[in-house]
Design a binder for this molecule. Structure first.
Ligand code: NAD
Length: 315
């Protein structure tokens, strides 16, 4: 199959590109490299450095005529969305709509990386299933939810085939440690560099951490099916940030105390996803435990640090 992966130079998108190529698909990456890295892009994929907000990105889809558009490019910082809601909407809604129009023109299936962690907000039921009402508490979550509605609307109006995957907190190799979303990457990098780790608020807020390989497998199943979802993609396990810090510290053999920073606006207190729907519809269940995933991630961070010191690039 021909698959366009937007955001394919980023963390999740680049792992998906590798898996698609390994399973015999043809891949085109569209990414503006704003947070992604060209070094993440598999050389066997075609690559166009484009902002999804400009018409040229849609034109690439119209000319290349993929069977699937897997949409991972996004403004994905919750706190930036609070500071700059117009920018968030411009990328996550306007940019996404331009891609959706192009997908409609060529009859491509559209698979969308949404956010369960953000979208359910302060949920009444934990782990939260897809029938619970979304309660977005950040502009980022609003833009993700609004685009889900556009997909539903295009499905009804134009019979556009689509699937929504609502990720929990994804972690693993290649996650950007300079952003703010990847707490595992931030902890790993700080502990690796011997820098102090800052925990925002009391650290008792919980998240559901899912390993990137499991997320990639959910994507492969979704793009090869006709299922629509929305589908949660997580583990159902709640882990608080203090516990997570202890687990990551153990991987690095570090015995340091974190410093405490102010709580971040827009953050939800507790989050975990019920993933029974995707288990029933697509046979997907997470396979990698948090402990095993953190071990793999820490190994990669160590190898990457020594490879960078020795001048070796892609891994
Ligand atoms: N990482 C998580 O825990 C998580 C959780 C829920 C949802 N998601 C969603 O998954 C997707 C991928 O996230 P990630 O963690 O890999 O982030 P990432 O920042 O590593 O990847 C995003 C990619 O999109 C590109 N991009 C950003 N704006 C763009 C634009 N205007 N035009 C073209 N390219 C652009 C970036 O350069 C980057 O390569 C996002 O849509 C994000 O909202 C991620």
């Amino acid at each position: 199959m021909r698959v366009v992966v937007t955001g394919g130079a980023g963390f999740i998108g680049s792992h998906l590109v590798d898996a698609l190529l390994a399973t015999g698909h043809e891949v085109m990456v569209i990414d503006d490299l704003s947070t992604g890295d060209l070094g993440n892009v598999n050389p066997a994929a075609a690559f166009r450095q484009l902002d999804i907000r400009i018409p040229a990105a849609g034109e690439v889809i119209r000319r290349w005529r993929p069977e699937v558009v897997s949409h991972h490019a996004a403004q994905m910082s919750v706190s930036r969305s609070v500071r700059e809601p117009l920018l968030d909407a411009d990328i996550n809604l306007h940019g996404s709509l331009l891609l959706l129009e192009a997908a409609r023109d060529v009859g491509a299936r559209f698979v969308f990386a949404s956010s369960g962690g953000a979208l359910y907000g302060h949920a009444d039921v934990l782990p939260t299933d897809e029938d619970q009402p979304p309660r977005p508490v950040s502009p980022y979550a609003v833009s993700k939810l609004a685009f889900e509605h556009y997909l539903g609307c295009y499905g009804a109006l134009h019979a556009l085939s689509h699937a929504v995957l609502r990720y929990a907190n994804v972690y693993g190799p290649r996650q950007n440690p300079h952003g703010e979303a990847g707490v595992v990457a931030l902890f790993c990098k700080a502990l690796m560099d011997g820098r102090p780790v800052v925990i925002n608020g009391d650290g008792c807020y919980t998240r559901d951490y899912v390993y990137v390989d499991d997320v990639v497998r959910a994507n492969l199943l979704a793009l090869n099916s006709h299922a629509t979802g929305p589908f949660n993609v997580g583990t159902g396990r709640q882990v608080d940030v203090n516990q997570l810090f202890q687990l990551v510290s153990t991987e690095f053999g570090a015995a340091v105390e974190p410093t405490r920073g102010p709580p971040r606006p827009g953050d939800v207190r507790a989050s975990a996803l019920n993933c029974e729907r995707i288990a029933k519809a697509l046979g997907w269940r997470p396979r990698i435990t948090l402990e095993a995933g953190l071990r793999r991630t820490a190994e990669w961070v160590r190898e990457h640090a020594s490879a960078a010191a020795g001048g070796v690039d892609r891994s």
